[in-house]
Design a protein around this ligand. Structure first.
Ligand SMILES: C[S@@+](CC[C@H](N)C(=O)[O-])C[C@H]1O[C@@H](n2cnc3c(N)ncnc32)[C@H](O)[C@@H]1O
Length: 349
């Protein structure tokens, strides 16, 4: 899956093929303006305002507490981008906005889009990063309470897309009892795995700023003592010996350098019981630039700018596992997870 300029008819296809379409304009100004318009609409609740019935711009603005004329412009932009439909003076949801941007939908990405309003500011760090090589480091630098709160909610809304599929495809050891979910935040992967495996309990190890906000999100799942938080730092904490049947890390290893990941994997190998598995779920980069997925390529720069690291190739992740004495298992891909893969390794029984 990739974002791409698509021709609307035969002539446009020809012009596109002849390299006569100014694609960089579409891929920059149109892309960033469209992105901000959709996020603004979520922030002001425009999609919620037409959830039950089409409405004219003035009443949508009254519902959202926004300016009627400017709201009309935003709605027209959204109509041009396929997020609302205009008919007989009223705006209505399209299947895309109804499924992905309406809070009542179990698939909604509203919190991720709200977090993207922060990510918007973060990507302004690209020039500085490229000039100096210095990461922006907002995780460490930001003591911003609101940032951590919306970060955890945003990650939870992404997890809802994949956690059920992931839980079904994790190579869970037979009779597994104890899971360690490192950087597990909201805990939704732990929740889905524990619901699927009734004998399993999980401890989520995460940074204090994350746990402060993630606790309330996890509590909504009503898992009680079966899924709990432990405040800590995976890089510096002792993970114990023979204490876990599965160690799970989703969207974590891109935060760490190669050296940190190698060191962490050795601690994980020690923490695993015989036959236990370590599972990494992340965006993966290709072994050669340009060969892999567009999303992973874009995220590589983003994560590098944030944390001096980036996405890793499957081969590198397997090397961490093998160096720690774990046997790498065949990687798994997911149809609806652009650029993502599940890479796992097993400790010998
Ligand atoms: C991108 S989020 C992923 C959250 C969740 N696993 C998911 O996939 O939705 C990364 C998480 O790792 C946590 N994290 C980062 N560095 C960590 C460390 N050294 N030890 C423990 N957790 C860490 C962050 O606080 C954050 O909650």
């Amino acid at each position: 899956m990739r974002l791409k300029v698509v021709a609307g008819n035969l002539i446009e296809r020809l012009v596109l093929k002849l390299n006569a379409v100014p694609e960089p304009l579409l891929e920059t100004q149109v892309a960033f303006s469209m992105a901000r318009a959709i996020m603004t609409a979520v922030e002001f609740g425009l999609f919620e305002a037409v959830a039950d019935a089409p409405a004219p711009a003035a009443s949508i603005a009254a519902h959202c507490g926004t300016h009627p004329g400017a709201t009309g412009k935003l709605l027209n932009t959204l109509a041009g981008c396929g997020y609302v439909r205009y008919r007989d003076g009223g705006y209505a949801l399209t299947p895309k906005s109804r499924k992905w941007l309406l809070r009542r939908s179990p698939h909604n990405l509203c919190d991720k889009l709200l977090f993207q309003l922060h990510e918007w500011d973060l990507v302004t760090g690209y020039e500085h990063f490229v000039r100096t090589g210095e990461p922006y480091g907002p995780h460490a630098a930001s003591g911003d309470h609101r940032y951590w709160q919306i970060y955890q909610r945003g990650m939870r809304s992404l997890a809802a897309l994949w956690a059920h599929d992931v839980a079904a495809r994790v190579p869970m050891p037979r009779a597994a009892r104890d899971m360690l979910d490192i950087g597990g935040s909201h805990g939704y992967y732990s929740v889905c795995l524990c619901r699927r495996h009734p004998a399993l309990s999980s401890v989520i190890l995460d940074l204090p700023e994350a746990v402060e906000h993630a606790r309330a999100i996890l509590a909504e799942e009503g898992m009680g003592e079966r899924v709990t938080h432990r405040v800590g730092n995976a890089l510096t904490d002792d993970l114990g010996q023979d204490t876990a049947d599965i160690v799970f890390m989703s969207q974590l290893v891109h935060h760490f350098t190669d050296e940190q990941n190698r060191m962490l994997m050795k601690k994980i190998a020690r923490a695993l019981r015989p036959g236990g598995v370590c599972v990494m779920l992340d965006s993966v980069s290709p072994t050669e630039p340009g060969r892999g997925d567009q999303t992973a390529a874009v995220l590589d720069l983003y994560f590098a700018m944030l944390s001096e690291s980036g996405t890793w190739p499957v081969e590198t992740m397997c090397a961490w596992l093998a160096d720690a004495g774990l046997e790498p298992l065949p990687p798994r891909r997911f149809r609806n997870m652009p650029g993502g893969a599940l890479v796992a390794g097993r400790k010998s029984a």
